[in-house]
Design a protein around this ligand. Structure first.
Ligand code: RP5
Length: 172
């Protein structure tokens, strides 16, 4: 039997993870790791709103027809990538504010979360937790239609619960 990550690698991607720079991978790898663990087929790309705007438009415009059901977009600073993607596709965009050096990610958070009414971007916490939770949220979005993914998510949540119960004395 194939492992979750083997299934995820073989199948057509359901989730796209995109980021504005290779430097965002340190954060966004936490999204990829969760999707891999849960057997969610996904792809990973660097697509910059200001350095490769044409690639950004092409990525968003083709996302739905390529079968993507969610796009997790991470960016830092003047983080317009998630909003620009959302402007060009109906595929739900989950924004991850990358922790910037200058302002610790407050700039990224406000850039992503403060979308004017009409083009929504679901916004997650700054940094690694946001990347991980965006992946778990995308997984939950897929769970109803993909029973194997739903079962993997349930098992993940149960293990988390069990781990707390098995280690409930912080002195040990
Ligand atoms: C944004 O600028 C990227 O998302 C990244 O977080 C930030 C810095 O990019 P680099 O200068 O590291 O390429 O576009």
């Amino acid at each position: 039997m194939k492992t979750g990550s083997e299934v995820a690698a073989d199948a057509a991607p359901l989730v796209g993870i995109v980021m504005g720079s290779r430097s965002d991978w340190e954060t966004m790898q936490h999204a990829a790791a969760r999707l891999e663990l849960l057997g969610v087929p996904h792809e990973v790309r660097v697509v910059s709103a200001h350095r490769t705007p044409d690639a950004l438009f092409e990525y968003a415009a083709s996302a739905k027809s390529r079968g993507l059901r969610a796009i997790i977009a991470g960016a830092g600073g003047a983080a317009h990538l998630p909003g620009m993607l959302a402007a060009k596709t109906l595929v739900p965009v989950l924004g991850v504010p990358v922790q910037s050096k200058a302002l610790n990610g407050m700039d990224s958070l406000l850039s992503i979360v403060q979308m004017p009414a009409g083009i929504p971007v679901a916004t997650f916490a700054i940094g690694n937790a946001g990347a991980a939770n965006a992946a778990l949220f995308a997984t939950a979005m897929l769970a109803a239609e993909h029973p194997a993914i739903g079962a993997a998510l349930e098992a993940f949540r149960q293990k988390q619960t069990d781990d707390v119960a098995a280690n409930d004395d912080p002195r040990k």
